[in-house]
Design a protein around this ligand. Structure first.
Ligand SMILES: [Zn+2]
Length: 111
């Protein structure tokens, strides 16, 4: 059986390849889009490759919550994800959507 991951927006389980993966690197505090076999260490969260889920995930603090991880009681939270995410990163995430809907690829399909 292939490993499945949970979308942070709709909470459905999908194969990893069907999800956009974001990884939070503890060392530099950067959130990165995890593509191909780029090797990144850190905490990851997953979003379906569709605009609805990406919208939802970016709107709330779900991504932050998922990447921050559990807070340790009595200890300052040293790993704090910068939020909202960088506009460039958000753009990259939208580019990963395969279900493009209305806005994702409008600019591309207009000749
Ligand atoms: Zn989803």
């Amino acid at each position: 059986m292939l490993p499945t991951r949970l979308c942070v927006a709709c909470r459905s389980k999908k194969e990893q390849k069907d999800l956009i993966r974001l990884t939070y690197d503890y060392r530099n505090g950067e959130v990165t889009l995890h593509t191909g076999d780029k090797h990144l260490s850190g905490r990851s969260c997953y979003i379906c490759r569709n605009k609805t889920c990406v919208d939802q995930a970016l709107k709330g603090t779900r991504i932050k919550g998922a990447l921050d991880g559990r807070k340790v009681k009595g200890r300052p939270n040293t790993r704090s994800v910068r939020f909202p995410l960088e506009p460039q990163l958000i753009q990259l995430v939208y580019r990963e959507c395969t279900d493009t809907g209305k806005t994702c690829q409008n600019t591309l399909s207009k000749e």
